[in-house]
Design a protein around this ligand. Structure first.
Ligand code: 9L3
Ligand code: MG
Length: 131
């Protein structure tokens, strides 16, 4: 039996050497784990369009997607998630988290010491090589 496949996009926003991470809220899967913000790609959306929509929904900002960084897949709750990371080169507005328990700016090195969503670890490592 093959697992249901879900495509998810995540954004890496860096400012003065720090990346923006968010902690998943208690009532969601992977609760309490830190992630590169993003979410599920909806039918008909490109990865960049989905990334823009997710950041507008979750933080109220309009982002500019930059280069594609890497993808990683993992299995959670009986589904295979394909997580695709993109660089975010700019944003307009004020970052106001609407669905995470907290957010932080952190160096990629320190981020690796947080309880991260497992699929985000290789993506942050890829970003460290990318920059
Ligand atoms: N997920 C993992 N790491 C991430 C993101 C954005 C998402 N950086 C996982 C959490 C959920 C699934 O992907 O299992 C769907 O994400 P969402 O739509 O609940 O944000
Ligand atoms: Mg999300």
């Amino acid at each position: 039996m093959s697992l249901e496949a879900v495509d998810v996009v995540a954004g890496i926003l860096q400012r003065q050497g720090l990346i923006y991470l968010a902690q998943r809220d208690e009532n969601r899967d992977q609760a309490g784990l830190w992630e590169l913000p993003g979410g599920k790609i909806e039918a008909g959306e490109s990865q960049q369009v989905a990334l823009c929509r997710e950041w507008r929904e979750e933080f109220g900002v309009d982002i500019t997607p930059g280069k594609y960084i890497a993808s990683h897949d993992f299995v959670v709750s009986g589904r295979r998630i394909y997580l695709h990371a993109w660089h975010i080169t700019a944003y307009r507005g004020v970052l106001v988290p609407t669905c995470h328990s907290q957010c932080c700016w952190i160096t990629p090195e320190d981020a690796l010491a947080l309880p991260l969503a497992p699929a985000d670890v290789p993506l942050i490592v890829a970003f460290m090589k990318f920059t």
